[in-house]
Ligand binder design. Structure first.
Ligand code: ZN
Length: 264
């Protein structure tokens, strides 16, 4: 991985945002932890959001206790949409419900993809998702002879944070762990303990292909910030015009606009 450019727009904005909360980048995301840095660059938009949201205390949560303490502190606001009860941070939920009301008034809708999992997740949810990619991919690479029985057994027995580290190393050699085995697992799911859903600042919408729905969400501070995760929106609580000064840059993918950390 290339060294992060600490004078890049994102790092400048991040330093400023964290300083206002009395912490530094290395408190949240240790410099020597390559996985944490990767997570920061992939999901870090939420750390430079508005003052009325609470970003996570760490790039990677390591236990259910740590997650529930954070979620308690941030506040869990519930809402029922269709059959699903979803939870988000209060400011994120208010903005989502405003966006949905606007959509409904125009004959559109904004609904959760895959039920409750569309919004808040706990630590165990992220572990289960990890295993749903990690375990079948391991079997595949063993079956095609790219990993031996003993290599596979060793990987399975590792603590989960070390599994992530080793998977990212294997992916450098083309041994991929995404669902279709063609790209990094991190394009497919978040590493355990790292999701913006744990932060209660993410919502997966069924209607992500509708450009008007995306526009309505953006007006309420909800943006696509994770490349390749098309249904996934992140609550930043900011106007689109403010995003460049927060160190985010826009990237167009298949006609959809993503705002991602500018670390170059
Ligand atoms: Zn998502």
């Amino acid at each position: 991985m290339p060294e992060p450019n600490i004078s890049s727009p994102y790092y400048q904005a991040l330093n400023q945002a964290l300083a206002q909360r009395g912490v530094s980048v290395s408190d949240v995301c240790p410099d020597d932890d390559a996985v944490a840095r990767r997570v920061l660059h992939d999901y870090g938009a939420m750390f430079v959001g508005a003052q009325n949201i609470l970003p996570p205390p760490a790039c990677i949560f390591t236990s259910e206790d740590q997650v529930s303490q954070f979620q308690e502190a941030a506040g869990r606001a519930p809402a029922t949409i269709g059959d699903a009860v979803i939870e988000l941070q209060p400011a994120a939920m208010r903005a989502l419900l405003r966006a949905r009301a606007t959509a409904l008034a125009e004959g559109l809708d904004i609904t959760p993809r895959d039920g409750a999992e569309a919004a808040r997740r706990d630590y165990a949810d992220t572990v289960r998702l990890w295993n749903s990619r990690f375990l079948p991919a391991l079997d595949h690479w063993k079956n095609v002879g790219r990993q031996s029985e003993s290599q596979v057994d060793r990987l399975r027995a590792l603590p989960i944070n070390e599994q992530v580290r080793e998977v990212l190393e294997l992916e450098k050699e083309g041994i991929f762990f995404s669902k279709d085995l063609s790209k990094s697992v991190l394009y497919s799911i978040a590493a355990p303990g790292t999701s913006q859903h744990i932060a209660m600042l993410a919502f997966d919408a069924n209607e992500f292909l509708d450009s008007r729905v995306r526009e309505i969400l953006a007006t309420e501070g909800w943006f696509q910030t994770v490349l390749s995760d098309l249904p996934h929106f992140t609550f930043l609580g900011l106007a689109e015009g403010e995003l460049p000064e927060r160190g985010l840059k826009s990237v167009d993918v298949n006609g959809q606009k993503f705002w991602i950390p500018d670390v170059e």
